[in-house]
Design a protein around this ligand. Structure first.
Ligand SMILES: O=C(O)C1=C[C@@H](OP(=O)(O)O)[C@@H](O)[C@H](O)C1
Ligand SMILES: C=C(OP(=O)(O)O)C(=O)O
Length: 447
């Protein structure tokens, strides 16, 4: 993962005809990470179906194996995990390679921090630029000793506390990763650990912890936030889990169908947890024709099939409050905005600057190169849409080891006069290895 020296493999797509057909997106990345981690902490054998087999989740699986769990693949998306029990994690013999994955790094740092073991976390060039101070700070309060690279970056060494302390922590930044790191640490602390989040973020950890039998409460706070408390020394019971389809991956197919005239597709089994469905709501507000069919529950999460038809979109001001429920979907929303009529204003999204790349800067540069007028703001982006006209394209964009930048420009290329070349398709495998075959099934071709 981190030592890959393969030459970049460019990608450019075009749509010779409207997109059509029915597809199923792979399992949700956030839920897949948590399914492996909690199964590895349960006492006994859990079974997971629909697991995302992207590189990020495989990094989590390898790390849990290195800390004593048996994690085995039986078939496509079908895994079994024999857990070590809370408190039973073993010291890994070698450094933990987190690849490109922020979620693996921050959540596993949380787990290690309340076990009496030491682990070294390393990652690729992108992950090594990302801030870890946001977890180092609360985990140090728990008693972990963390020696990080300058500015709180990877590589870092974490020595878990012998006697971890319960904390009551109010999140300074809306982050499900920080929240989850603390809750996972709390599992091996003999008291109640409390996290307050002023703005609700994805709640997969809370849902799944309850499902595994942890004692966890969630209470609304007067300011609109949530108070989440977990009681430690929990005995997690093994589960049989099914992972719903990833709404973040579905977003690329959805926007592709919206911007290619005449398209009509169905995406089956998309997770629509209200802490994750912001993109669908915002696109509908812009005029997108998206119908939810077969609404149901899968693995304790709301799910539906989405019927998506090409639509004339109109630019809007996207309310900043929606950001946590679609934080990873802004790059593809920028693409939808590029084809809308009028301007779309997206603010309150400075967190995008510390993802796999600075996603505001990377998208602004690529959109400009493709002939789209944009204005970059410190905390957002304003996009002047083409009113449904194809954008110029004909450029090569830099993806900066960022899967979402790569997929966003691969989709914009479908609505470009001359195809857009994404400089390297390799990062796509971190979250959506089947992106290209699914796009091809819907009718896209390599230009
Ligand atoms: O908890 C998670 O699974 C995630 C939380 C988000 O990160 P932040 O917690 O940094 O907002 C998101 O961007 C990431 O892709 C996955
Ligand atoms: C930000 C992302 O993931 P992570 O933080 O896990 O690297 C993402 O998938 O867009």
């Amino acid at each position: 993962m981190t030592s890959s020296n393969t030459p970049p493999s460019p990608l450019s797509l075009s749509a010779p005809a409207p997109l059509a057909g029915e597809v199923r997106v792979p399992g949700d990345k956030s839920i897949s990470h948590r399914a492996i981690m909690l199964s590895a902490l349960a006492v006994g054998r859990s079974e997971v179906r629909g697991l995302l087999e992207g590189e990020d989740v495989l990094a989590t699986a390898a790390a849990m194996r290195a800390m004593g769990a048996q994690v085995e693949r039986l078939g496509q998306g079908h895994w079994v995990v024999d857990g070590v029990g809370v408190g039973g994690l073993l010291q890994p013999d070698a450094q933990l390679d987190m690849g490109n994955s922020g979620t693996s790094t921050r959540l596993l740092m949380g787990l290690v921090s309340s076990h009496p073991i030491t682990a070294t976390f390393v990652g690729d060039a992108s992950l090594s630029r990302r801030p870890m101070g946001r977890v180092i700070e609360p985990l140090s309060r728990i008693g972990a000793e963390i020696t990080a690279s300058p500015d709180g970056r990877l590589p870092l060494m974490l020595r878990g506390a012998d006697t971890p302390l319960p904390i009551h922590y109010r999140l300074p930044v809306a982050s499900a990763q920080v929240k989850s790191a603390i809750l996972l640490a709390g599992l091996n602390i003999g008291a109640e650990t409390v996290v307050e989040e002023p703005v609700p973020t994805r709640d997969h950890s809370e849902r799944m912890l309850k499902g595994f039998g942890a004692e966890l409460s969630v209470e609304p706070m007067a300011d609109g936030g949530k108070r989440i408390a977990v009681r430690g020394w929990a005995e997690l019971k093994p589960q049989t889990l099914e992972v719903p389809g990833d709404p973040s991956s579905a977003g690329f197919l959805l926007v592709a169908a919206l911007i290619v005239p005449g398209s009509n597709i169905t995406i089956h089994g998309v997770g629509l947890n209200p802490t994750r469905d912001g993109l669908v709501r915002v696109l509908q507000e812009m005029g997108a024709d998206i119908t939810k069919l077969n609404e149901r529950e899968v693995g304790g999460e709301p799910v539906a099939d989405l019927l998506v038809t090409h639509s004339a979109l109109t630019g809007i001001e996207v309310p900043p409050e929606v950001a946590p429920s679609m934080i990873d979907e802004y790059p593809i929303l920028f693409v939808a905005a590029a084809l809308a009529s009028g301007r779309t204003v997206m603010r309150g999204i400075e967190e995008l600057r510390v993802k796999e790349s600075d996603r505001i800067a990377a998208m602004a540069a690529g959109l400009r190169a493709a002939g789209v007028a944009v204005e970059e703001l410190p905390d957002g982006l304003i996009v002047e849409g083409s009113g449904g006209e194809k954008v110029a394209g004909g450029c090569t964009v830099a993806t900066h080891l960022d899967h979402r930048i790569a997929m966003s420009f691969a989709v914009l290329s479908l609505a470009a006069k001359t195809a857009i070349t994404v400089d390297d398709r390799a990062p796509i495998a971190t979250s959506f290895p089947d992106f290209l075959p699914l796009m091809q099934r819907l009718g896209a071709v390599q230009a």
